[in-house]
Design a protein around this ligand. Structure first.
Ligand code: SF4
Ligand code: SF4
Length: 336
C-alpha cells in the first residue's frame, strides 16, 4: 500500500522527464528503470524492478523538478531495510559500536570486508568532550566521529582556542535510516541525538546531516555557516574545487561552503559541483557497480578542473572521493 504523503507526491508527477539528467544513476545507466520518473511509475503501479534499490537517495531530482515533487517521500515509502541493513542502522546510532564493528569487519576477507577496506582507511574511537557550562555543542555525525576523528579534533581545538566551551554529541541524525525507508527508526535516532540540545547553540560537521536535521526542525548550523557567522575564513593555499554534498545543496548550504573560503583565486571551475560523489550513504556497500561508475564520473569532473585538492564537508562523500585517489580536505582541517 502506498503511504498517503507519498501518494500526493506521486500524483504531482507529470512525467515530463526534466529530472532525468540530474539523476546520477540515470546518467550512468541511461535506463528509465534507474531514473526518478521510472521509479515513481514503479511505485505507482506497484511493479518490482531493481530501480527502487538503485536509487542513491541524493534528492537531486527534487531540485530539478518543476512540479515540486518531493521524491524522497515516495522512495522512503517504497523501501524497507532487510535484517542486515537494520543491524547496520542500529550500529550507526552508537559510534563506539560502529568503531568496534568496523574494526572487526576490516579483518575479514569476504566481499563486504574488501569493500569496506576500499573506502575506509582509518577507524578511531569517537572523541568525547564535555566541558563544564558548555556554550557550543558539536555534532560530528556518526561517520565523521569514527572515520575522521582528526578533523573533529582539529575543529574542537580551534573552537576552544576561540573561547568556546565544548560538548560533543556523538550519534546518528537518522539520514541513513531515511534513505533505507526506516523513517520511524531515523526519527528515534535523531531524538536521542538532540535530546540535550534544547536552546543551546549547535554546529554539525557533516553537511548532509546538518541538512537532514534542519529539515526535521532541529536548530543547528553547519560548520561553514558558523565560520561565516563568526567572521572566520579558511585558506586552501593551492588549486581547489568545492564538492557540494547533495542534501546540503538541496538545503542551500553550498553558498556557505563557498563563502567560508578566503583564497577564491585558487578555486578552479568544476562541472556540476553537486554531482553525486558515488557513496550515497551506505549505497556504495550494496550497489558496487553503479556506485563505482558514479565515483568514476565524479572523479572525471574533478580531474578535468585541474584542481589539486577537493573540499568536502560530508564524510561519506570524502570516503568516495578519496577512493579514486583524489586528495580531499574538510573545511575543519584548514582551521588553525
Ligand atoms: S519527478 Fe518532476 S521532473 Fe521528474 S518526471 Fe515527475 S514531474 Fe517531471
Ligand atoms: S534521489 Fe538521486 S538517485 Fe534517486 S531518483 Fe532522485 S536523483 Fe536519482
Amino acid at each position: 500500500m502506498i503511504e498517503s504523503n507519498a501518494e500526493g507526491e506521486i500524483n504531482k508527477c507529470v512525467h515530463c522527464g526534466f529530472c532525468l539528467e540530474s539523476c546520477p544513476t540515470y546518467v550512468i545507466t541511461r535506463s528509465e528503470v534507474h531514473s526518478p520518473r521510472g521509479r515513481i511509475m514503479e511505485v505507482k503501479l506497484n511493479l518490482k524492478s531493481d530501480g527502487i534499490d538503485t536509487c542513491m537517495y541524493c534528492r537531486r531530482c527534487e531540485i530539478a523538478c518543476p512540479s515540486g515533487v518531493i521524491y524522497s517521500r515516495i522512495i522512503t515509502s517504497a523501501r524497507k531495510p532487510d535484517v542486515f541493513k537494520k543491524i547496520m542502522l542500529k550500529t550507526l546510532e552508537k559510534p563506539k559500536l560502529l568503531y568496534v564493528a568496523t574494526k572487526g569487519i576490516m579483518k575479514g576477507n569476504g566481499e563486504f570486508s574488501l569493500r569496506i577496506r576500499e573506502f575506509i582507511k582509518q577507524v578511531n574511537l569517537p572523541l568525547e568532550i564535555n566541558e563544564k557550562n558548555a556554550n557550543l555543542y558539536v555534532i560530528p555525525g556518526c561517520i565523521m566521529s569514527t572515520y575522521f576523528r582528526d578533523t573533529v579534533k582539529n575543529v574542537v581545538s580551534f573552537l576552544q582556542k576561540s573561547g568556546f566551551r565544548i560538548k560533543i554529541i556523538n550519534g546518528c541524525c537518522g539520514l541513513a535510516h531515511y534513505s533505507e525507508g526506516e523513517v520511524k527508526g531515523g526519527d528515534i535516532s535523531l531524538n536521542e541525538l538532540v535530546k540535550d540540545l534544547r536552546e543551546k547553540e549547535a554546529i554539525c560537521l557533516s553537511s548532509n546531516c546538518t541538512a537532514h536535521m534542519r529539515e526535521r526542525g532541529i536548530k543547528v548550523m553547519d560548520l561553514s555557516e558558523f565560520l561565516i557567522k563568526t567572521g572566520t575564513k579558511v585558506n586552501v593555499g593551492e588549486p581547489f574545487v568545492v564538492h557540494y554534498p547533495c542534501h546540503a545543496h538541496l538545503d542551500g548550504l553550498s553558498i556557505y561552503l563557498e563563502d567560508a573560503i578566503k583564497d577564491k583565486e585558487n578555486e578552479m571551475e568544476m562541472e556540476d559541483p553537486s554531482f553525486e560523489c558515488g557513496a550515497g550513504g551506505a549505497f556504495f556497500l550494496f550497489n558496487k557497480e553503479i556506485s563505482d561508475s558514479v565515483i568514476e564520473e565524479k572523479n572525471r569532473k574533478v580531474r578535468a578542473s585541474k584542481a589539486k585538492v577537493v573540499i568536502s564537508t560530508n564524510p561519506s562523500c570524502s570516503l568516495a572521493l578519496r577512493k579514486s585517489g583524489l586528495r580531499v580536505v574538510h573545511l575543519g582541517d584548514l582551521l588553525h
